[in-house]
Design a protein around this ligand. Structure first.
Ligand SMILES: [Zn+2]
Length: 148
C-alpha cells in the first residue's frame, strides 16, 4: 500500500470505530431504534475485523462476503446474548423460589439440550432438582425442603 493509502485506511478505521461507539452509546442518534443501533455497531466492529483479516488484492466479491459474514455474525451474537439473558432471569427466579422454600441450591451446571446450552441445579439438602431451558423452567423442588 502507498503511504497515502495507509494513512487513509488508518483514518477510515478510526472513523468507523468512532461511529460504532456513537451507535452503541446512542445519545447522538436517539431517533434510531436501540436494537438496530447496537446491531449495526456490532456489524461495523466485526466488519473491521474481517476486512483486516483479508489478504491484499482479493476480488470485490470476497470483500462483499466479509460484509455478509459480519451481518450474520452480529445477529448471532446479539441473539445469543438475548438467550443468555433469558436463561439468567429464569435462574434468578428459581433461586428466589428455592430460597423462599428453604432449599440450598448447588451451582448451576451447564448441560447441552435440544436448544443449545441449558442449566440444571439441585438442592444440596433434599436433592430436589431444577432445570431451566429456553422453553421454560422444569422445577421438581418441593414446597418445603425435607432431607430424605
Ligand atoms: Zn431442598
Amino acid at each position: 500500500m502507498t503511504m497515502l493509502a495507509e494513512v487513509k485506511r488508518t483514518q477510515l478505521v478510526t472513523a468507523v470505530h468512532y461511529l460504532a461507539g456513537l451507535l452503541e452509546e446512542g445519545s447522538l442518534v436517539s431517533q434510531y431504534h436501540a436494537d438496530t443501533r447496537r446491531e449495526i455497531a456490532e456489524v461495523l466492529e466485526l466488519l473491521l475485523e474481517k476486512v483486516d483479516g483479508l489478504p491484499d488484492n482479493v476480488p470485490d466479491n470476497l470483500v462483499q462476503a466479509a460484509v455478509v459474514r459480519a451481518i450474520v455474525g452480529a445477529a448471532d451474537k446479539l441473539h445469543f446474548d438475548e438467550k443468555e439473558a433469558f436463561l439468567n432471569r429464569q435462574m434468578r427466579e428459581v433461586e428466589a423460589f428455592a430460597s423462599v422454600h428453604g432449599h440450598t441450591l448447588s451451582r448451576w451446571e451447564p448441560v447441552s439440550g435440544e436448544e443449545g446450552v441449558e442449566y440444571q441445579a439441585s438442592c444440596q439438602a433434599c436433592g430436589g432438582f431444577v432445570y431451566v431451558s429456553l422453553s421454560g423452567i422444569y422445577n421438581l423442588l418441593l414446597n418445603s425442603c425435607e432431607r430424605v
